[in-house]
Design a protein around this ligand. Structure first.
Ligand code: S3P
Length: 426
């Protein structure tokens, strides 16, 4: 993709597609619930399609009609042995959440993925699931493909999370559906709680108190009619673009603003961003609102490690904002970024540095000194959708043409990204 950053501003009202994390969970719970689940505003992107295909492969009837998906749930014991290994593509969420579900089945299964996913660590789920009695193995006990075999008995665990990860937490909760007793998960840092909210909505016996989650086994789930809020991670690119480009004024409607997820909003406000959230309401246990953003002069801040779990996927676009803010921004606790679709500490730093940004990487933190402007460059997305989109916004602020290679990777989470971006440009 070639982005010409000369003389433009973002103006208008848009919606962003349904939240990726919530879309995955809706397909998973809808498939194992009893009865019909209808999902509106679901994200249809490569990652979510992998989850849908996995359940079709296990005998679930799923019909896609525009942005609506109809699922005839088979109940928690109704899945069938897949005919082939389950191919999760680039999707860590598909692999980690499905592993939790599959360890409780009476059939064996294999989960595999693309070149990026097979290099991502799975010991973080293998360890707790094995503690529950699961029979799950990976290459060197760490990497995909994962091989899962039925086990005689799955038991609940008390698990103190060693890494802040909603995928790991969700994997354990899905396994708990098939385990004896009550599972307790203790989180050291807050991560997105979409699984907890949706399990409750579908009828599971789950309680959350502070940083502890308790869930009983023997749950039966019941199909629901759901509306998926717009994805704050997708909205984030336009929010930052509007803040950085003079004269911009946009409104993004119906965006998920779950406090365990929308950390970017308070961070950008702290940086001086003119952001107003209004029309706040709740749909299917998830907070949702409209977001108004106007061009603002940003200043550097320190982002503490505790805040990272609430904005983990937004660090690359926050880094873009920081490069053009006045002064220094320190982002602490960034280690987990190494294990995403690419090593995002490296890939975003390389791209922005090529554009003239000044970024220093120290163990577990990034230090970004604001500069007056970025210059156009040839930029490598490393096939990582969030890097491609973050660098596209950086390129928009630079006078001249930038080239972002392999930008089609945006299809992982946001196939209409460029269409919506170009619609906003004036
Ligand atoms: C996700 C959780 C996060 C996030 C990922 C989606 C989820 O990963 O980075 O894009 O849907 O649960 P971790 O759980 O590894 O932090």
């Amino acid at each position: 993709m070639i982005i010409d950053g000369s003389k433009c501003k973002l103006v208008g009202k848009i919606k962003v597609p349904g939240d990726k994390s919530i879309s995955h969970r809706a397909v998973i719970l809808g498939s194992i619930a009893k009865g019909l689940t209808v999902i509106e505003n679901i994200l249809i992107s490569e990652d979510v399609i992998k989850t849908i295909d996995a359940f079709k492969n296990m005998g679930v009837n799923i019909e896609i009609m525009d942005e609506k998906v109809l699922i005839k749930g088979v109940g928690i014991h109704g899945l069938k042995k897949p005919n082939t290994p389950i191919y999760c593509g680039n999707s860590g969420t598909t692999m980690r959440l499905l592993s939790g579900l599959l360890v409780g089945q009476k059939f064996s299964s294999i989960l595999t993925g693309d070149d990026s996913l097979v290099k991502r660590p799975m010991d973080r789920i293998i360890i707790p699931l094995s503690k529950m009695g699961a029979n799950i193995k990976g290459v060197k006990n760490k990497y995909p493909p994962l091989s899962i075999k039925p086990t005689n008995i799955l038991t609940s665990i008390c698990y103190k999370m060693p890494v802040a990860s909603a995928q790991v937490k969700s994997s354990i909760l899905l396994a708990t559906l098939y385990a004896k007793g009550t599972t307790k998960i203790i989180e050291n840092k807050i991560t997105r709680d979409h699984t907890e909210r949706m399990l409750k909505l579908f009828g599971a016996n789950i309680r959350c108190k502070g940083n502890e989650i308790l869930m009983d086994s023997e749950n039966e789930l019941y199909g629901k009619k759901l509306y998926i809020p717009g994805d704050i991670s997708s909205a984030a690119y336009f929010i930052v673009a509007a803040l950085l480009i003079k004269g911009s004024h946009i409104i993004i409607e119906d965006v998920g603003i779950n406090p365990t997820r929308a950390g970017i909003l308070s961070i950008l406000k702290k940086m001086g961003g003119n952001i107003i959230v209004f029309n706040e309401r709740e749909i299917n246990c998830e907070p949702i609102g409209d977001i108004e953003v106007k061009y603002s002069k940003l200043r550097g801040i320190t982002i503490e490690e505790d805040e990272i779990g609430k904005l983990i996927d937004e660090v690359p676009i926050i880094a873009v904002a920081a490069t053009l803010a006045e002064g220094r921004t320190i982002i602490k606790g960034v280690n987990e970024l190494k294990y995403k679709e690419s090593n995002r500490i490296k890939t975003i730093t390389e791209g922005l540095s090529n554009m003239g940004a000044y970024i220093k990487i120290l163990p577990d933190r990034m230090i970004i000194e604001g500069v007056q402007e970025l210059k156009p460059a040839f930029l490598n997305s490393y096939d990582d959708h969030r890097i491609a989109m973050a660098l596209s916004i950086a390129a928009l602020t630079a006078k001249g043409s930038s080239h972002i290679n392999k930008s089609e990777c945006i299809n992982i989470s946001y196939p209409e990204f460029y269409t919506t971006l170009f619609k906003l440009l004036q």
